[in-house]
Design a protein around this ligand. Structure first.
Ligand SMILES: Cc1ncc(COP(=O)(O)O)c(C=O)c1O
Length: 472
């Protein structure tokens, strides 16, 4: 494809994307396709000769878009918001177009330096002190893995320089609440700690926040048994209920044992942009690492996760390998992001953050987040006031965990009822919510925060929930 052919096709596709976004509210929110239906529309083999763009557009309309759960729809209340602000889409587009190769500073100085600038902007906007340094990772899962690798190396006295974890005299242990995201368990396993050395610490039965006194007891018991308390993961905004672990107390306890503290604020990190929400992050300055995702609620298109650490020299010591072909004269004077994480090559992801902040502006983003907080507060109040309905966990941000509990319905029967009406809501195509399990019983999470969701949409959702729960 020549640049001129690209220009013509791209104009057409930009119009296509704009039309898609304009019409997204009219599509069923949940994809109704059956497994294999998209595949069956695709050619069995790759085309040998160039094919017309029009064919692709037809496939986009007929097979691809119906095969997407519409996260940009105002009716999307599932999982967590997965916004993709169009300003950031433009940055992503330019990133692909310039196709910078981010393997070292030398390979694309702008890629490194724009990333330094935008991670600094975000640090400042989040109220983190200048003791922190950040880099963009693809996802929070990767950020948490990198953090736990660094924690492992601190606890083991840089075992990687010798026999590695296999030469450690005592097992290293990681602590989190059972409400932490599954990426924490995955990182613990991939970093070689082993499932036996992951402790799920008790939570408060009302707030679902980890109990620091139970953390202390668990760490003391491990120490007494000859194990090494190595790392604590605090969740600010758990996936199930957006519970807020008490970071300050957890950091105090961890410090008694010399353990690393990693904060997973993948979803709730966006709330750090709001000064009135910063109390939820109290004590975060005492932690060692923090990950959060602009690609969730804040709305910079996937993949854009920020990992901040306080001791960047230690991180680099853990992650750095520099073969001769990657060396340059500038090495002593520049940041090499390849040494701040796992991959060598990185995309110019900083562009989508820059475009998002530049074109939308911080105030508009903050205003939208505040709008969503108000929507959630409104919904929680309405649910709490409605006979037969219950809000199941404190509404810390924009997610409301709720259940319809008709009189006399308990146990497995109640579960069947909950799943039936949640499925019916999703099958209606008007809205999408995520059922999940809390304290062993099914409930429904309503995670407000799609960019397009306004108050009227939340009111319509509440009417739909009541109507559906009465006759699923
Ligand atoms: C609290 C929390 N941590 C981590 C993740 C994983 O995020 P990612 O998809 O960026 O790996 C999620 C995803 O929803 C989450 O809610």
């Amino acid at each position: 494809m020549t640049p001129e052919e690209f220009r013509a096709a791209a104009h057409e596709l930009v119009d296509w994307v704009a039309d898609y976004r304009l019409g997204v509210a009219d599509r069923p929110v949940q994809s109704v396709l059956r497994p294999g239906q998209v595949r069956s529309r695709m050619p069995a083999h790759a085309p040998a000769e160039p094919q017309p763009l029009a064919e692709l557009v037809t496939m986009l309309n007929e097979a691809v878009v119906p095969g997407i759960t519409q996260t940009q729809s105002p009716g999307f209340y599932g999982w967590f918001p997965s916004n993709a602000a169009l300003a950031s889409v433009l940055g992503d587009h330019v990133s692909s177009g310039v196709a910078a190769l981010g393997i070292t500073w030398q390979s694309a100085p702008a890629l490194t330096e724009v990333e330094q600038v935008v991670t600094e902007w975000l640090r400042e906007l989040c109220g983190l002190s200048d003791a922190w340094r950040g880099a963009i990772q693809d996802t929070a899962s990767t950020g948490t893995l990198v953090a736990l690798l660094a924690a492992r190396e601190r606890a083991s006295g840089m075992s990687i320089d010798g026999g590695g974890l296999q030469a450690c005299p005592a097992p290293l242990v990681v602590y989190s609440s059972a409400h932490c995201h599954s990426s924490v368990e995955k990182a613990v396993l991939l970093a070689g700690f082993g499932r036996d050395n992951l402790r799920h610490v008790e939570v408060d039965p009302v707030t679902y926040a980890l109990r620091p006194e139970s953390l202390r007891a668990a760490m003391a018991a491990d120490l007494a048994a000859g194990r090494v308390p190595a790392a604590v993961v605090a969740a600010i905004g758990t996936t199930g209920t957006t519970a807020m672990d008490p970071v300050r107390e957890m950091c105090v306890v961890a410090a008694e044992f010399g353990a690393w503290v990693h904060v997973d604020a993948a979803m709730a990190g966006s709330a750090m942009l709001l000064p009135e929400c910063r109390h939820l992050f109290d004590g975060v300055e005492l932690a060692d690492s923090l990950v959060w995702n602009p690609h969730k609620w804040m709305g910079t298109i996937l993949d854009c996760s920020l990992l901040y650490v306080r001791d960047v020299d230690h991180l680099v010591a853990c992650m750095s390998t520099t073969p001769p072909y990657l060396r340059s004269q500038a090495d002593d004077d520049v940041v090499q992001f390849k040494d701040w994480g796992i991959p060598l090559g990185r995309r110019f992801r900083a562009l989508k953050l820059w475009f998002h902040l530049h074109l939308d502006g911080v105030q508009a983003i903050r205003q939208r987040l505040r709008r969503d907080l108000a929507h959630a507060a409104w919904l929680a109040e309405a649910v709490a006031a409605e006979p037969g309905w219950r809000v199941l966990a404190p509404v810390q941000l924009q997610t409301v965990c709720l259940r319809h509990e008709p009189e006399g319905l308990t146990g497995a029967e109640l579960d069947r009822h909950t799943l039936a009406w949640a499925d019916a809501v999703n099958a209606s195509g008007k809205a999408f919510v995520s059922p999940s399990v809390l304290d062993g019983r099914w409930m429904v999470r309503v995670s407000i925060g799609a960019e397009a969701t306004e108050r009227a949409d939340v009111e319509a959702l509440w009417a739909l929930l009541r109507e559906t729960a009465l006759s699923p």
